[in-house]
Design a protein around this ligand. Structure first.
Ligand SMILES: Nc1ncnc2c1ncn2[C@@H]1O[C@H](COP(=O)(O)OP(=O)(O)OP(=O)(O)O)[C@@H](O)[C@H]1O
Ligand SMILES: [Mg+2]
Length: 138
């Protein structure tokens, strides 16, 4: 599914569509260049999931945990990972296969560890405010 975004408020409609599209899937990966809008969209998506905690990039901690009415939401940013062992040390399996919702920025860094089935969100930048979102089931 491809969705055009013309401005920031449009992200709310993408979040609703992503929720519907995902069904019961729990693991979401977010691909897009630096500054494409992964974190910005995850904030909107978390709001749609009912998260009331502050959502911010977990750049220094790799993972942030938020609470939602349907359980924990884990927000990962693997950009700074230098060695796959850091993901093992984090205990990635308990997160990826633990039944909570996982939202993963820079999934390319841990590609070999991703669950076989997940939802892929690709963000392409058209210009300063415009984006194209592509949602797919992997
Ligand atoms: N339509 C849009 N969707 C998403 N972000 C947008 C949009 N228009 C403008 N922006 C801006 O683009 C920037 C995206 O930054 P953001 O931190 O979300 O990117 P990121 O993909 O998470 O980057 P990084 O790879 O560094 O984690 C923000 O400043 C945001 O306000
Ligand atoms: Mg980010």
């Amino acid at each position: 599914m491809t969705i055009s975004v013309e401005n920031l408020p449009d992200l709310a409609k993408v979040a609703t569509k992503l929720k519907d599209f995902a069904g019961t899937e729990k693991v979401f990966i977010f691909e897009g260049d630096m500054g494409a809008g992964k974190t910005t969209f995850i904030k909107t998506f978390c709001a749609a999931l009912g998260v009331t905690d502050v959502v911010s990039s977990p750049t220094y901690s790799i993972v942030n945990e938020y609470e939602s009415p349907n359980g924990s939401v884990f927000h990962f940013d693997f950009y700074r990972i230098k060695d796959i062992r850091e993901a093992y040390d984090l205990g990635y399996e308990e997160y990826f296969y633990g039944g909570g919702i996982c939202l993963i920025e820079w999934p390319e860094r841990v590609e070999e560890l991703l669950p076989e089935n997940h939802i892929k969100v690709e963000i392409k930048v058209l210009d300063e405010n415009r984006r194209v979102f592509h949602l797919s089931k992997v």
